[in-house]
Design a protein around this ligand. Structure first.
Ligand SMILES: [Zn+2]
Length: 391
């Protein structure tokens, strides 16, 4: 198991970070802190603001955490300031679409700064919002940073030694279920990597006056400690930092990342291992992927057949009463199919709900067209079948 705590910077809550370090240190385990070297006063925006590099107090606190072996520092972008969405193609990112030279400079500056202020040689890069492109990977290789930690759907470079350790979970409430799921899957090393922010904890939200709206349910530190203790009692569970995983030479290859890539159009209940946050070994993920694809194809074939049969039956019933209504219905369904296809492909990605909508529309259209076909066609098809049967 890996815990990655993002957005540590001069403007983040040192109080929450102290509590977290205390919890990890008391249990003799480490956490990866993704540190923003030159944060903005307000993180994540795209407007120009004053930079806030790490101050003395924050730097001292982080150095103590590093010396005690509790804090593993990763480089989290440069300023965490997002580029305009028109530049990045609609993704919140500090790096996507930026020229290679600029990416190189940002990463090298951040790495050198953390070396100077914290005395660490960072070995992991965490792109803000987990968003990066192929140029970011090239810049990392040039900067001598051996590992990228983002999400499971990012790009890879085919022929480098760059390692990938993606996070697989965003909610602490799903943690124990993910570990149980990992235990059930067979073969090789399995990893559950949790992404944390200060707002994952109730104690932070009680003091936060920014008016920020949070998506995930927060957790009390006490509950979190209970989960950690239960996990540490389990002999087959180990909690390690990203740096420890790199040192132990776990398989963090591009091949493993590609094998664990979520199947976008497959319903979550089919891809249970992937969707519940388990990062399988390369071999096991490849085998699971084949099973998931087969189950996905079967699922959509059944949906198509069901929608087609349903629409055919309904259309035959309508046809007996009014051919005109059936005609309007058929035209309406064709227009509906076109609208559904346009809606589903609007962002270039096909999610399960969209895929089901397309398959249902296709089935319904096929069923209606079959029922609305002129009687002579259907009769001649019927008589051809009869002739075949007799011959
Ligand atoms: Zn961040």
């Amino acid at each position: 198991m890996v815990f990655r705590y993002d957005d540590v910077s001069e403007v983040s809550s040192t109080e929450i970070e102290r509590r977290l370090v205390g919890i990890f240190r008391a249990r003799g385990i480490a956490c990866t802190f993704a540190v923003v070297p030159f944060a903005m006063r307000k993180q994540g925006g795209s407007d120009r603001q004053e930079e806030a590099p790490l101050g003395d107090e924050k730097a001292r606190f982080l150095r103590e955490g590093i010396e005690s072996g509790t804090v593993d520092v990763a480089l989290h972008g440069h300023s965490h300031q997002y580029l305009p969405l028109s530049v990045t193609g609609g993704v919140h990112s500090e790096f996507i679409s930026l020229p290679l030279g600029d990416q190189r400079q940002k990463i090298a500056e951040g790495k050198a700064y953390l070396k100077r202020v914290l005395g660490v040689e960072v070995r992991t890069f965490v792109p803000p919002n987990n968003a990066y492109d192929a140029q970011t990977l090239e810049a990392l290789v040039d900067a001598g940073i051996p590992c990228l930690s983002a999400a499971r759907d990012g790009e890879t470079l085919p022929e480098t030694t760059l390692k990938y350790l993606p996070t697989t979970l965003n909610s602490l409430y799903d943690l124990e279920a993910a570990v149980a799921m990992a235990r059930k899957s067979r073969g090789g090393s399995r990893l559950v990597a949790v992404l944390l922010h200060e707002w994952a904890f109730t104690e932070f939200r009680r003091t936060d006056s920014s008016g920020h709206e949070y998506a995930a349910r927060p957790m009390e530190f006490e509950t979190f400690c209970g989960i950690l203790d239960r996990l540490l009692e389990q002999k087959d569970v180990a909690i390690r930092s990203v740096a420890q995983c790199i040192e132990d030479s776990d398989d963090l290859s591009a091949k493993r990342l590609l094998a664990n890539r979520p199947i976008e159009c497959a319903p979550a209940w089919i891809c249970a291992v992937f969707s519940r946050g388990v990062y399988l070994s390369t071999g096991e993920a490849q085998r699971a992927r084949l099973r998931y694809w087969a189950a996905t194809v079967l699922f959509y074939a059944l949906v198509l057949a069901g929608a087609g049969a349903g629409a055919y039956g309904a259309a035959r019933w309508v046809r007996r009463r009014s051919a005109l209504v059936l005609g309007f219905g058929t035209v309406g369904t064709l227009l509906g199919l076109a609208a559904v296809v346009g809606w589903v492909f609007r962002d270039g990605r096909v999610h399960p709900r969209g895929a089901v909508a397309i398959v249902v529309s296709l089935g319904a259209t096929a069923g209606l067209l079959a029922a609305a076909a002129p009687k002579r066609c259907r009769m001649s098809a019927q008589s051809a079948k009869t002739v075949q049967e007799h011959s």
